[in-house]
Design a binder for this molecule. Sequence first.
Ligand SMILES: [Mg+2]
Length: 411
Amino acid sequence: MAGAGLGVVSTYGREYETALNGTPKLSAPSDLKITEIKCGYIRGGSGLFVKIHTNQGIWGCGEGADAVPGTYHLVQMFGRMLKDQNPLNVNRLFENIRKAGFFRGAQSGMYVAVLSAVESALWDLAGKALGLPVYQLLGGKFRDKVRVYMDTALYQSQLPKPEDFAASAKEAVDMGFTAVKFDLDQANDPNKYDRYNWTASPAELKRMYDQMAAAREAVGPNIDICADMHGRYDAVTGMRVAKMLEPIGLMWLEEPIPAENIDAYKQITDSTSTPICAGENHYLAYGFREMLEIGAVNIIMPDLQKAGGLGEGLRIANLSNLYYVPFAPHMVASYLGAMASAHVCAAVPNFMILEWQIYFHKNPMFKEIVDFDGPMVENGFITVSDKPGVGVEINEEAMKKYAVEGMPFFE
Ligand SMILES: [Mg+2]
């Protein structure tokens, strides 16, 4: 028995060594060094793509969204901090950059959005270097597929009618989606009191109700419906709309008021059975701490291309899990950002749903600018990539024609 036991030990050792040697690695992890960072902008400057190069020929790509126009020099500054560093120490590099900006605005805004793009590129790079998908580096996955909801993007300037809401909800459901989102704020609504006053008039309230009722009527009780007010209203309107929409049974009412005053959020949340959701204009786990502590919202929706990246997304989700608050990330990026977000959604227990955009189906640019295997989305789910890194590559050549005049393109 003893001999057999020793035999097992020595076989185990050999097998372990074989397994280690057989693990695909493009370079010895300890020798990997960052050489340079390049970045490019598309979508009028609100889409930032960062590419981090190394001494071993492999690179990582990350995307920043929304809060990124005019950030070229921030990318360059972060690049100087990262030069000659080992990209595998993702959390340390993130913390180095964040702390270096403590007096330079690193608490929120463009600084954090660019950091999100850089941090995400580091995870992609680490995954490629180690031969593992990003979800594996984040601790493994709870699920293989990530449920998404369709943001219908009925454009506000068109003043969509209730029948447009119904048609658009139906279209998403026919495409296989089980959840849809609509915008309720309409700056051009002729029934608005004036452009600066965001108290909804009775006629505006009726418009909102009719739009949501039409969507519910079109899809029936088993489809989730969300409504976004884009932080454009005052607290009394937020409370009235949340109460008014209770019979619709929304999955959530999003940003009824601006992001800054979480006590006002709590007032609305406490006043209604409609779940209240916010977070796309909050940054870093610090930005979510008090909001969760006081119960200001029922659901959080950090944007992982803006709020701090993938590791910070994981920390925010784990923090919200302590309060039994679901994690439903906002997502307005390309498919690179969508898949990067999906890795985090797979790696946390309290994931609820991720945002998906109709532009992936209607604007050919979104297919042209990335390379990946398999369908982007199927029956309202993204299958999380098993390829090393994020599993989606940007196609610089295809992206070139969408470069913004006067803005850097991979330089
Ligand atoms: Mg929103």
